[in-house]
Design a protein around this ligand. Sequence first.
Ligand code: MN
Length: 370
Amino acid sequence: MCLPRMEAEGLSNNQIIANISNIIRKAERLLLVISRPVDPDCVGTALACQWWLQQQSKKAKVVSFIPIPQDMNDFPGIKSVKRADAGTFDFSPYGAVIVVDGCDWAQFFGNQWPAIVSRLDLIRVVNLDHHEPGDIYKAVPETCLNICTSSTAQVLYSCLIEPGPIKPSAEVAEWLYRALLYDSRIFRNELHPGQLSFAEKLLALGVDHAKAVDVNYDMHEVEFMLWAIQHTRFIPELQLSLLTVDAAAQAELRQRLGKSWMEYDKLYKEQIERHIKGYNYGIILIDNLDGGIRLGWRTRNFGTHVSIGAVARQAGFQAGGHRNAGGGTFTGTLASAESKLLEELALVLPPQSSPASRGTDFMPGIRPSS
Ligand SMILES: [Mn+2]
């Protein structure tokens, strides 16, 4: 496992784990909050953590303040995740609030997060995560267990479950395994120390690998992908595939795929973004139609490429996530978001002398993936 991110700040992993264990020990009722995007890592990890707390005779509840996408309805155990409204939620009965698999408050509480966070007793807020640290770390550094590793599932298992006496059941191991498979894209992402042995341990606990890797894309995914490929701009000098979704495109997508059209972009992201020769970056810009623009990116894993997150921040976006996959927001028009981002990307990309050097030059000043 990587060094804890907080070590540089003078807080050791062990200290943070001890702080978190203290909070858990004192709490009778604990609340687990899952993050946006609602995915197998936040759900599987929260369910496993709930089970682990219940084994210690705690009352634990898992809530989502974010709508749960259609495809997560097939996730085993999803029925235990309760939908709730953050604005009216009563946090007072809970001795601890554990926010799982996210680094920014908005990922858990939505855009109204400042009002909601002001009602929380931050002394009892715990964060389990593996993203680049964001505003939650700044608010609660002493109880923010954020480790640069495969998944939040691995953070929970290696730091909290494995050192103790409670052995996960096969069902719990399956939740964790699905979390790991999803976040690692079935081991296609960067391999983190301990990741494969984590997988082996889960298999030894009884996980059915063939069942866990079985894929069932919704047919809408195919339709979205067809549409998206036809509307993607491939910009060779920026090594970029760019899909912008304006108001007219949204109307068309809504008509074809329904109001949840934006849930069907997985196949496109997985097959097109960062997988086409010469195109190391895949970006989607969506007009929120409320004065804001949403950004999502993927970066080729192999090779040393610029950080789209850093480029986007330089271009005036708020952006976060992982180096090779993340998202952000921009205030302004779709056209200005696009032009600022492309300008900034052109500034930091190395001049292309030959196709062979494409995208493999190291960019001084921009840290490669850790
Ligand atoms: Mn994750």
